[in-house]
Design a binder for this molecule. Sequence first.
Ligand code: AMP
Length: 287
Amino acid sequence: MEILRTIADIQAYAKARKQEGKTIGLVPTMGALHEGHLTLMRAARAKCDIVIASVFVNPVQFGPNEDFDAYPRRFEADCQKLETVPVDAVFHPEPSEMYPEGFCTYVNVEGDITHKLCGAQRPGHFRGVATVVTKLMNLARADEAFFGQKDAQQVVVIRRFVADLNLNVHINMVPIVREESGLARSSRNQYLSAEEKDAALILSRSLRKAVTAYESGETDVATLKQIVIASLNTEPLARIDYVELYDFPGLNEVPRVTQASLLAIAVKIGKTRLIDNVILGKEAGEA
Ligand code: AMP
């Protein structure tokens, strides 16, 4: 596996692969890799000739009071995991390589899709995501890029700017990978104490309750949300940031679930903010 650290490195690597006529799949990550990330890598492996992973904790998508400094950085362990897929190259730049002095151009997706859900709690987050993903897709000359349903709103935002800016890359969404307990895998799970990790099971359990109700015929959005809220409130360590249900991928408010819809939650367990979601409706599971 090639380790690419500079803009010049990745540009030369991508150019050479393109000259060989290869298709390139890109999997952007912030590292501290787990089975969720590796599932994206395998999806890329299955679809593309060349797989480039990026491991970059992107400073621009973190707010001033968020966990940029504390975010786990485990590059050597990450490389070992990437070799098992295998991935062809990993791009691991310094922040100063991506944002040199004088950098002042951002991709800003305007409109409701960036203002609700995580956008409401994390102003500037999606501007940072859209900017770095645009740079990464461009540097890697990606034909395909792979993202997790875990961050379903991120997929909506990325598909929006890819369409708006006529970028020639196909965006793939891969289902959420969970631990056996149901807990959605996340690099931030490492922040949880044993007690908090138990408490965190309330996220997937609460979503399951809504899925069961939906499968039994309940389509009223207020009722489905209330089922989740009531369940989350049974866990003393859980503090709700949001519980929302929108159509998907539009992210519009709807009174009833009559089409694919995203039931998404953000919950603080202690100091750690966790997100999870399910897609309800006919097209659930479709990428
Ligand atoms: P991150 O390193 O947290 O920025 O995540 C990198 C990519 O992995 C994003 O597209 C995430 O949506 C995806 N991802 C993270 N956790 C999971 C998971 N449990 N299942 C599927 N995809 C995931």
